[in-house]
Ligand binder design. Sequence first.
Ligand code: PGA
Length: 252
Amino acid sequence: MRTKIVAGNWKMNKTYQETKALVKELKHAVKEIELDNTRVVIAPTFVNLQKASKMTKNSVIEVAAQNMHQAASGAYTGEISAQMLKSIYVDTVILGHSERREYFGETDELLAEKVNAALDNDLEIIFCFGEVLEDRKQGNHFKVVESQIKHALFHLDSAAWSKIILAYEPVWAIGTGETATPEQAQEMHAFIRELVAGRYMSDVAEEVSILYGGSVKPSNAQEIFSKNDVDGGLIGGAALKVEDFSAIIAAI
Ligand code: PGA
């Protein structure tokens, strides 16, 4: 059975004090939820990772980073390496988020390097990809997603896939309030699973968790999560409010 995952991407939100308060509230809230084969992950900013990781040590909540640099160390002012994340007991990193691609020029080639660096350091990866509105309007969404996945991940051997979580995030649905319909999500997730099955053995495709991201909220989470190939969500805005995030977790 595939693991279900609800992950909160906090983006550039929450100070140190606010992070402490939200983690504390969330720890209480998740205790009330019956988690059946479901992982709960939060991704605060770099400066708050260590505190969040310490605070969640005895809780089911896991902590992930939102990004990392591809080099092991060196003259890269302002950057953070995979090894640094591991050293503060962070075991998961989000890579390829559309905001990183759009505002920081991250390409599939660069992401392939980051993927390698993360895996070299035994980090698990939540790998994000998805089409922009124009691609969907022109009917290119499958092609775009296929290319993003192939270029950043298909050089890996099948063993490496135990460390990969996929997150389909149509860019037009991120932070816009507009969500892909459950049917659109299912259609794309099934396509992705087939793509992975075509490149690897079918058990790799069957076992990889594929999350949906883009304006998931308590009111639409259950319907999206009910689809066969949707194994959870990557949540932005709604992950910043404990009531909303816990309602989304409960929906799974
Ligand atoms: P959103 O963000 O839920 O605010 O649309 C999702 C994401 O960017 O991961």
